[in-house]
Ligand binder design. Structure first.
Ligand code: SF4
Ligand code: SF4
Length: 384
């Protein structure tokens, strides 16, 4: 891992948690449609501000536009504009031309109820979307918004190889920040390349914003053996504390996004702490092996794949059950009836036609069709 890892002043107390508006609490309306739970979000926002938080992150596509609506209703209309930092993302991959960028930008300002963004990023750059961004001259669009004072800082969120990241930052030194996936489990992962991507952003002297520090919540609960080991180092730290503090201890990380939907999450995450020391870093990397040996599919539950499945297969739900079966094999028999019940109203694993359409939308680069086949063998063997 990077030698710069523990170069922060160990005496200093830090907290870099930003409020990610992707996993906001929702309720069902009279027509059974999911809508944001506005009262609850107000309470979460108030507590976040009381504890010193000031960073809100949203995107055009989050919660079908309700995330931006929550920014407007729960933050912009209730807090002074200079008391928070708002980051927004342009869905450049939906743009057909340069002119489309302006159309989405104006819509985003309107939806959020603001007249500028503190940070404005191209959303979800990977090989395919980067080609679209270059074709539409979307980096020029970012530069112009910065020159006009409508975007204080510019950047992009990224889901691809460290090699491509290096290529983009070399070609676009005007970028201020890069939002990448970093967590201790993916640090050396060949698919995510957290550590390599972090090193590339640092090499180019840009600020690192972090998404998925707890891997979609999957690092909030670890195999008992791993949790016991970590309790031996810090009896009062939860697995989430470990995951979030690891990321925030990285020099160059300005912000660590967390999707908090309970007051207890905010209370726990906003606590200040001393940056990691060597012993803490070693402890976390030690338990990584235990976690990997008991996780069959590294799905974060983001659900980006679900709407792209023509067979209506609830992919992340099946992966969650499959992981549980691997982690607690003695309880595997309990999962089969749940699977049988679920598949009354949705596709079964055996319905997969291996079209691979889901895989193009998976930020974790999971070979979904292959893993769904394993779910089939695991859960449908006994079904008649
Ligand atoms: S490969 Fe299978 S799971 Fe993925 S979209 Fe196609 S049918 Fe659905
Ligand atoms: S399979 Fe991939 S895209 Fe689908 S929920 Fe899991 S991590 Fe997200």
């Amino acid at each position: 891992m990077s030698d710069t890892y523990i170069s922060m002043n160990p005496e200093m107390e830090i907290n870099k948690i930003g409020f990610g508006f992707l996993r906001l609490p929702q309720v069902e309306d009279k027509e059974d449609k999911k809508i944001c739970d506005w009262d609850k979000i107000n309470k979460l926002v108030d507590r976040y501000f009381e504890l010193g938080g000031k960073y809100i992150d949203t995107a055009y596509t989050y919660l079908d536009g309700q995330s931006e609506m929550a920014v407007k209703k729960c933050v912009v209309e209730r807090k002074p504009r200079d008391s928070f930092i708002l980051s927004e993302k342009l869905p450049g991959y939906l743009c057909k031309s340069y002119e489309d960028c302006e159309k989405y930008f104006q819509e985003e300002l309107e939806r959020c109820g603001v007249d500028y963004f503190d940070v404005f990023m191209l959303h979800w750059l990977n090989q395919k979307n980067y080609a679209i961004a270059e074709k539409n001259d979307e980096f020029r669009f970012l530069r112009e918004k910065k020159e006009q004072g409508l975007a204080k800082r510019i950047g992009f969120s990224f889901h691809d190889s460290a090699e491509l990241l290096d290529e983009i930052l070399t070609k676009h030194p005007e970028i201020d920040v890069v939002l990448i996936q970093v967590n201790f489990l993916d640090w050396d992962s060949a698919g995510i390349e957290s550590g390599k991507c972090y090193d590339i952003v640092m090499k180019h002297g840009k600020k690192v914003f972090v998404m998925e520090p707890v891997k979609g919540g999957s690092l909030a609960s670890l195999p008992e053996e791993a949790e016991e080991y970590l309790r031996g180092v810090h009896p009062d730290w939860t697995p989430s504390d470990w995951a979030l503090r690891f990321v925030q201890s990285l020099p160059g990380v300005e912000l660590c996004l967390s999707g908090m939907n309970e007051l207890s999450h905010i209370d726990a995450n906003l606590k200040k702490f001393h940056p990691f020391n060597e012993q803490e870093k070693d402890a976390l990397f030690h338990v990584r092996g235990i976690i990997e040996s008991q996780t069959a599919v590294p799905c974060t539950g983001c659900r980006y794949c679900v709407s792209h499945c023509p067979m209506n297969i609830p992919i992340p739900d099946f992966f969650k059950m499959y992981n549980e079966k691997k982690r607690y094999p003695q309880d595997g028999w309990k999962i089969i009836p749940t699977y049988r019940q679920m598949t009354q109203t949705c596709g079964k694993a055996s319905d997969c036609i291996e079209c691979h359409s889901c895989e193009q939308h998976c930020p974790q680069h999971i070979p979904i069709a292959e893993k769904i086949l394993r779910v089939k063998y695991s859960f449908e063997r006994d079904l008649v």
